[in-house]
Design a protein around this ligand. Structure first.
Ligand code: DCP
Length: 129
């Protein structure tokens, strides 16, 4: 039987999911199970690394994979979605228990990246002097 959260997930398919929503739902998920005690920064980091390993296994031995995964079955794509989600969820939770605003931090880092790697004009006219 679906609970109210399942219903919410079903009905909110078309809207973008925010990091804040994931953070709050993860906090509730842990709280109602009495798992806050286990969600220490170090434990969450180790869980995150474990999930990155599971994600890597999907691509292991496959050779290069075409963008859009044209030859993958729907079951393989679903498996990939699940492992990507586990990585994201542990990352969001880790940032939260560290007291950090991950979305804000990521935007700030994007700005820093843009300063570090400025756009260079690579058109032929710009390089022909
Ligand atoms: N102490 C825990 C255990 C699980 N989870 C959540 C976060 C992940 O999204 C997912 C991970 O669950 P599993 O450890 O069961 O890992 P998998 O879903 O990858 O299962 P399996 O390793 O059997 O493939 O559950 C969590 O928040 N805190």
């Amino acid at each position: 039987m679906k609970n109210s959260h399942d219903e919410c997930i079903t009905t909110s398919k078309s809207k973008d999911v925010s990091l804040g929503e994931l953070r709050d739902r993860l906090a509730e998920f842990a709280s109602v199970r009495g798992w806050d005690q286990f969600h220490s920064p170090r434990n969450l980091l180790l869980a995150l690394v474990g999930e990155v390993g599971e994600l890597s296994e999907i691509f292991q031995w496959k050779g290069e994979v075409a963008k859009g995964l044209p030859n993958w079955t729907s079951a393989e794509k679903e498996h990939l979605e699940e492992e990507l989600s586990d990585v994201l969820l542990y990352l969001v939770r880790l940032a939260d228990v560290c007291g950090l605003d991950l979305g804000r931090a990521a935007l700030t880092k994007l700005v820093k990246n843009a300063r570090k790697y400025p756009v260079v004009n690579s058109s032929p006219s710009a390089t022909s002097n």
